[in-house]
Design a protein around this ligand. Structure first.
Ligand SMILES: [Zn+2]
Length: 383
């Protein structure tokens, strides 16, 4: 609860607020970017298709390997209004300034479970009523109620994004990227095994718990040169995936083809844009009738008309872009040789982090250097 924030409210009010939140009722004054408040039920939120398009793109870009900085750059380049500006635009206020996307906004969005349909409240708190600064509540203080509204992002994409956070976020440009970084765990203490780079650029594995508290002897070093570990593990993985059921994986892959999923989603957005264009025509006709009937002045009519035309034009531009994108994607998905993709993939011809994270969950290493690999692909994929 935002206890301090609500210092001036009675316990009874606080209790009511808390109960409502526990029931998954949305109590915010506005909905988060991507959603809007349901005009028919003030405690519910519904998708705001116009901004939801941007949310889906952000996730799409991220899981396809774009850094958060790159995403910001792309959105800025396309002059997509930042959420705060967008909200004002939506309230009908004109804003000339676009404002730049910042990494924190994107970071928070990519981590926000609201986008998979879970109501998360009490995420932030204010230290005091008069203080504008907002600080984050610890996660155990959040109230999360699952499946309260329609998701914008499917669970699979969301989870993939979270994985990419864990495995990519600590990799800076300067340090060398080790294929297995983020996958290694200590058998004895359960903490991660880190890879430290020595001055000659060689990697060395060490249990992070040991490294942090080496004096206390909570764990043992588990040290070994990375160059010995990687080939050992890759050989082991290859041995296992060789036995995988290729036909089954191929057909599953086809079904979950991101391109096909993307096309479907774009087509849904296209429908929305078409309805906006049709509505504009209708609104224009209505306004014209109002003017003929003398209900509105010519000036008002002309203002309304300009607004409608701008809206329509914007939708038309987007529709054109959508059509091009759909055609482009359709061309791509037809020419895919799934059998070859799966074979290459399973042979680990080009082992990269993305392939690895699709295949394995974690690698557990004990002090005697015994290795256990926890696979993600299970039966029926492994025979
Ligand atoms: Zn350990």
């Amino acid at each position: 609860m935002d206890t301090k924030y609500n210092e001036d409210t009675s316990d009874k009010v606080k209790a009511t607020i808390y109960t409502k939140k526990r029931e998954g009722k949305h109590l915010g004054a506005t909905a988060i970017y991507g959603y809007k408040k349901n005009p028919k039920d003030k405690y519910k939120i519904i998708i705001d298709e116009k901004s939801a398009i941007v949310v889906r793109r952000i996730f799409e870009m991220f899981v396809n390997g774009n850094s958060i900085q790159m995403i910001c750059k792309t959105l800025d380049k396309e002059q997509i209004p930042i959420p705060s500006v967008y909200k004002n635009l939506n309230r009908g206020q004109k804003s000339v300034a676009y404002g730049h996307w910042n990494t924190k906004t994107i970071w928070d969005m990519l981590k926000n479970e609201m986008y998979i349909g879970n109501m998360c409240q009490c995420v932030n708190k204010r230290p005091a009523v008069s203080v504008k600064k907002i600080i984050k509540n610890p996660k155990d203080k959040w109230i999360i109620v699952p499946n309260t509204h329609e998701p914008i992002i499917d669970k699979e994409t969301f989870e993939l994004a979270q994985k990419m956070f864990g495995k990519n976020s600590h990799i800076t440009k300067k340090t060398k990227e080790f294929l297995l970084k983020g996958f290694l765990y200590c058998r004895e203490c359960g903490h991660t095994i880190g890879i430290n780079t020595s001055h000659n650029g060689k990697g060395y594995c060490v249990c992070n718990f040991y490294r942090k508290f080496s004096k206390e002897n909570y764990c043992t070093p588990h040290s070994m040169p990375y160059s010995e570990l990687e080939p050992l593990i890759l050989r082991e993985i290859k041995k296992v995936v060789r036995k995988a059921n290729k036909e089954l994986i191929t057909s599953t892959l086809k079904k979950s083809d991101r391109t096909l999923v993307k096309i479907k989603q774009l087509e849904k957005e296209k429908e929305h844009l078409e309805s906006v264009i049709n509505m504009a025509q209708k609104k224009d006709d209505d306004a014209y009738m109002d003017k003929l009937d003398g209900n509105i002045t010519f000036e008002t009519y002309s203002n309304i008309r300009n607004r409608i035309l701008a809206e329509k034009e914007e939708a038309q531009v987007k529709l054109k872009a959508h059509n091009e994108l759909i055609d482009n994607l359709k061309g791509k998905s037809i020419n895919k040789d799934y059998e070859k993709i799966v074979s290459d993939y399973l042979a680990l011809k080009k082992p990269n982090r993305k392939v690895l994270s699709a295949l394995i969950d974690k690698i557990i290493i004990d002090e005697d250097k015994n290795i256990e690999i926890k696979y993600k692909i299970r039966t029926p994929f492994l025979t």
